[in-house]
Design a protein around this ligand. Structure first.
Ligand SMILES: [Zn+2]
Length: 275
C-alpha cells in the first residue's frame, strides 16, 4: 500500500510538473499565448506557403505536433509554456524572442525540419536516382512496387514496432505502403499537362521517389480525401492521428524522416538528426 501511495505521489508530481511547464503567470508569455491561440487557426502566412498557397491554412495548426517535438514540450499551442519554449527557439535562431508564432519563426522552423533531410542536401548537387536493377519488390495493396533494399528492411522493423504498440490499427491499413520508387520518365509523362502535379512537370524538379529511398505510408484520411491528398483539412486530420504521432516519435529510430508538408511522405537515410 505504501509503495502504491509513493508511486501515486510520484505520478502526481510528474504530471504537476508537466502542467507547470505549460502554464505561466508571466504576462509576457500569457499575452503571447493569447496571440498564438488566435493565429494557430487564422494566420494568413503558413509554413510551406511557397508551395501551393491554396493548400495551406489558414493557420499553422497542422504543424503543432511537429513543433512540440522540436521544442521538446507537450503543451497546447495556446499555452503560455508553449510561448516561452518558442521564445527559446527564436533566441537560438537569432530572432526576436517574442514567443509569438510569426512568418519569420515559421520559416526558421521549416528550415530546421528540412535540414534533417539528407535527400535535400544530395538533390542540391544532383538529383539522386536509383539503380533500378538493385531495387527490391514489395506490395502496395495489390500492386507490386520497388524500393531500396535498406529502406524495406528498416520499414519492416518499424512496422513491427508499430504493430506491437497498436496491434489493431495494422488491420485497418496503418503504415501500408501507398507508393515507393517512381519512374522519373513516367512521373513527367503523367504530370506533363498538369502544373500542380507535385511540381513534377517542372524540368528542374527532383522527386525523392526517383531515388528509391522514399515511401508514402498510410497515416489516415478524412472526408472524401484520399491518403495522399494535400488538401489542408486532410493534412490537419492526418497530423493528429495515432499513426502520424507515433511516426514523429519513433520513425527516426529506423532511419525515416518526414517531409512535413506531407504527413504520409517518409524518406530513409542512415542517420536522422534529432529535432
Ligand atoms: Zn511521397
Amino acid at each position: 500500500m505504501r509503495i502504491a501511495l509513493a508511486a501515486l505521489a510520484i505520478l502526481l508530481a510528474v504530471s504537476a510538473r508537466a502542467e507547470a511547464a505549460c502554464s505561466s503567470w508571466n504576462p509576457v508569455w500569457r499575452a503571447a499565448a493569447a496571440a498564438n491561440a488566435k493565429s494557430v487557426t487564422a494566420s494568413t502566412w503558413t509554413f510551406f506557403e511557397g508551395r501551393k498557397g491554396a493548400e495551406e491554412g489558414p493557420g499553422w495548426d497542422m504543424y503543432v505536433p511537429l513543433i512540440l517535438r522540436t521544442l521538446d514540450i507537450r503543451c497546447e499551442a495556446s499555452d503560455p509554456g508553449f510561448a516561452k519554449a518558442l521564445a527559446g527557439f527564436q533566441r537560438r535562431a537569432k530572432l526576436k524572442p517574442t514567443g509569438r508564432m510569426d512568418a519569420a519563426t515559421a520559416r526558421a522552423l521549416r528550415g530546421r525540419w528540412q535540414w534533417r533531410r539528407d535527400f535535400l542536401k544530395k538533390a542540391a548537387k544532383a538529383c539522386p536516382l536509383a539503380d533500378v536493377a538493385t531495387l527490391q519488390p514489395v506490395y502496395a495493396g495489390d500492386t507490386r512496387v520497388l524500393a531500396d533494399r535498406r529502406v524495406l528492411t528498416a520499414y519492416t522493423h518499424m512496422r513491427r514496432a508499430f504493430e506491437d504498440a497498436h496491434p489493431y490499427m495494422i488491420r485497418f491499413g496503418a503504415l501500408d505502403i501507398l507508393s515507393a520508387w517512381r519512374d522519373p520518365a513516367k512521373d513527367r509523362e503523367v504530370c506533363k499537362d498538369n502544373p500542380t502535379c507535385n511540381g513534377v512537370a517542372k524540368t528542374d524538379h527532383c522527386s525523392s521517389h526517383w531515388s528509391g529511398m522514399a515511401l508514402d505510408l498510410y497515416v489516415g484520411m478524412t472526408g472524401d480525401y484520399g491518403p495522399i491528398d494535400s488538401n489542408y483539412e486532410n493534412r490537419l486530420y492526418q497530423s493528429r492521428t495515432v499513426i502520424y504521432q507515433w511516426m514523429l516519435d519513433h520513425a527516426g529510430e529506423y532511419g525515416f524522416v518526414n517531409y512535413p508538408f506531407e504527413p504520409w511522405h517518409w524518406e530513409w537515410q542512415e542517420e536522422v538528426p534529432a529535432y
